[in-house]
Design a protein around this ligand. Structure first.
Ligand code: HEM
Length: 143
């Protein structure tokens, strides 16, 4: 990412990164097949699991991981760390039966959330698209 792109990713992310439960809720709401891959949430009513400690725990894990990637993206020197972190993450998800199609669903739902809860625009959209293309380019070699 260029430094302008990084600034846009960082500033929009900072506006939503405290909404972890809302973000996970939006993803499950849009794509119940993603929820169904979680043994602890599969078959349960989304609105009734939303307030549980298990839900908060997983929401925090996802948001922390995205935050870690955003931070690593700040410097090209971190490219090897991004590569190994994302490969390991993708292997764990592959082993859980998560598919590329589901990663693309996640992307759509995440984009929809962040674009409607931050100061958004064409440049922010382009920066996030580039960032996710980079991460998914690595992840998809293992899914
Ligand atoms: C863990 C499913 C995408 C971040 C997990 C777990 C499941 C899962 C079942 C294990 C939960 C547990 O043991 O409590 C899925 C599905 C996805 C998806 C179906 C479909 C798109 C993502 C994405 C991210 C993410 C895109 C981050 C950007 C994490 C993290 C963990 C995790 C950080 C915990 C660490 C680990 O075990 O890998 N995921 N996931 N997941 N997921 Fe996902």
């Amino acid at each position: 990412l260029s430094s302008d792109q990084y600034s846009l990713v960082k500033s929009t992310w900072d506006q939503v990164s405290h909404n972890e439960v809302d973000i996970l809720y939006a993803i499950f709401k849009a794509y119940p097949d993603i929820q169904a891959k979680f043994p602890q949430f599969n078959g349960k009513d989304l609105d009734s699991v939303k307030g549980t400690p298990d839900f908060a725990l997983h929401a925090t894990r996802i948001v922390s991981f995205i935050g870690e990637l955003v931070t690593l993206t700040s410097s090209e020197a971190n490219a090897p760390a991004v590569q190994s972190t994302v490969e390991a993450f993708a292997v764990r998800h592959h082993n859980r039966g998560v598919t590329k199609d589901q990663f693309n669903e996640f992307r759509t739902a995440f984009f929809s959330y962040i674009s409607s809860h931050s100061t958004w625009g064409d440049n922010a959209a382009a920066a996030w698209n580039q960032a996710i293309d980079n991460i998914y380019g690595i992840a998809f070699t293992k899914l």
